[in-house]
Design a protein around this ligand. Structure first.
Ligand SMILES: [Zn+2]
Length: 496
């Protein structure tokens, strides 16, 4: 492990390579072919952390998020009505929302992701490409791309088996009548484009006044680096692939738009452990709000902050979630005791939505709350623990396996041998005699075992069978105390 936190290292690299600037622009973004998923979240949080690292160094950073919502609707994603076939070829910002909610198809998915981002404290400046293009913001850069189209073709052809057609243009035109891009360019001169659509419509437009011209993705991306003056933008695991859009983009931005382009950072994809099977291509993807149901915002941030972007990892929905919460709590304790090293300190700070609180939050552990929630004792918790208990409750409902679930019996039907019965009787007497802390009660179990000469494991096994009708369960002392010792005394009293 290096001494320095990864986002701080990237920030240093940006300052060094880009030189002194008033504002450093950090960008992320995505297309909207369907649901915006957790891979997109890694993109945006990587950028957010680098922007925060720049600010912590006393620099000004602009954190932008681009919605590529002027892209064409290419295919119908899983879960979307087949009726959407009629919209193929239109911009995703022109077609209706799939659920009737939200203004458009694009806006529906955008809003969903924006809302979940806000919950984890990620609040970039959103830029809708549909708005930018329709307002003709890129006209002069589009003109440049047209003028240098031969240069662009040369770059792209290096990586193509079939070279591009000699009449190839770096753009597409959305028909004014049918809104689709089934158009053919007849003539381009200066800022004027003459086009003809499959629907029969024909027109000559000035693209400084009509925002229906869109650059193709591979030119669009580098054009926006130039337009927004982007200094940093991360990319998925295919970022460095030869001939990939990042690589051609870097060449295009230099040779066509005369700009150095951003520094990159490759991030690895995320795997899911436990829960249902999530897979991007099948359209059965994990979304940020599904994660937010079971992970606290700080813990969710912590998972991403604590892992270098180029390292893959798994997000767990199985019992490992308990360990993740415990790791976070351990880091929190270290931080407030002043025992965290430089790296750990940074990880904790950046896991917070804002600055860390002055006093350590008084939250109970996830494991402990599993018991509270199932005994329906949330009312006894403080506000912070109650909030965490909501996540625990969701987890139990949706993902926990049977071994984590239990209910305290009202009547016990456990079959016990003589020794076990003696032990239960001792336990009853102890509970009547004294009010224990969790630790004291735990020690008392061993006193009883010694006295009755019963094996520890047999004692625990029997007690669980009496209280919850299973051989295993949550920590026994805490179970008894949370359930209320009077209830347990009553249960133990039923043993004849
Ligand atoms: Zn048309």
């Amino acid at each position: 492990m290096t001494k320095f936190f990864w986002a701080d290292q990237i920030a240093d690299r940006i300052i060094k390579e880009k030189g002194k600037k008033k504002v450093y622009v950090c960008a992320a973004g995505t297309g909207l072919s369907g649901i915006v998923h957790i891979g997109n979240f890694r993109d945006v949080i990587t950028t957010e952390l680098v922007a925060r690292a720049l600010e912590d160094k006393g620099k000004k950073a602009r954190f932008i998020y681009s919605w590529d919502d002027y892209d064409r609707f290419r295919k119908i994603p899983k879960g979307i009505s087949k009726e959407y076939k009629k919209y193929l070829g239109m911009s995703v910002s022109e077609i209706p929302s799939p659920l009737g909610k939200g203004k458009t198809y694009a806006r529906y998915f955008e809003k969903k992701f924006e809302d979940s981002l806000e919950k984890v404290g990620v609040e970039p400046e959103f830029i809708q490409q549909s708005v930018m293009y329709k307002k003709c913001k890129y006209a002069s850069l589009i003109k440049l791309a047209i003028e240098k189209r031969k240069e662009i073709m040369k770059i792209l052809n290096k990586y193509r088996k079939e070279p591009l057609d000699k009449n190839w243009m770096p753009l597409t035109v959305y028909c004014e009548k049918c809104k689709k891009d089934f158009t053919k360019i007849i003539n381009i001169k200066d800022y004027f484009i003459e086009y003809e659509c499959k629907c029969g419509y024909k027109n000559k437009i000035d693209y400084r006044k009509k925002g229906i011209v869109k650059l193709l993705w591979r030119i669009d991306w580098p054009m926006r680096w130039k337009y927004e003056d982007v200094d940093f933008e991360p990319g998925g695991a295919d970022l460095n692939a030869a001939g990939g859009s990042w690589m051609t983009g870097k060449e295009i931005v230099k040779k066509v738009f005369d700009y150095e382009g951003p520094l990159g950072q490759m991030y690895e994809w995320i795997k899911i452990k436990g829960g249902k099977a999530f897979s991007g291509s099948a359209g059965n993807v994990l979304t940020l709000d599904e994660l937010e149901e079971v992970y606290e915002p700080e813990v969710l941030r912590y998972i991403f902050v604590g892992t270098r972007p180029n390292k893959g990892f798994q997000i767990s929905f199985d019992n490992d979630i308990i360990k993740i919460y415990e790791d976070y709590d351990t880091l929190e304790r270290k931080y407030y005791k002043g025992k965290a090293n430089t790296q750990e300190k940074r990880i904790y700070e950046l896991s917070q939505l804002n600055k860390p609180l002055k006093k350590k939050p008084g939250k109970k552990g996830f494991r402990h709350l599993i018991t509270f929630v199932q005994l329906k004792k949330e009312k006894e918790l403080n506000r912070e623990s109650r909030k965490r208990a909501e996540k625990v409750a969701n987890w139990i409902k949706k993902y926990a396996k049977e071994d984590m679930k239990f209910q305290v019996k009202e009547k016990t039907s456990a079959k016990l041998n003589k020794k076990e019965k003696q032990a239960m009787n001792e336990l009853k007497k102890s509970l009547i005699a004294k009010n224990y802390t969790e630790e004291e009660l735990f020690n008392e179990f061993y006193n009883i075992c010694k006295k009755i000469k019963i094996k520890n494991t047999d004692f625990f096994d029997a007690t669980y069978r009496v209280i919850i009708g299973k051989n295993k369960g949550p920590r026994l002392a805490s179970l008894i105390l949370i359930a209320g010792k009077q209830n347990i005394i009553k249960l133990l009293g039923q043993i004849k």
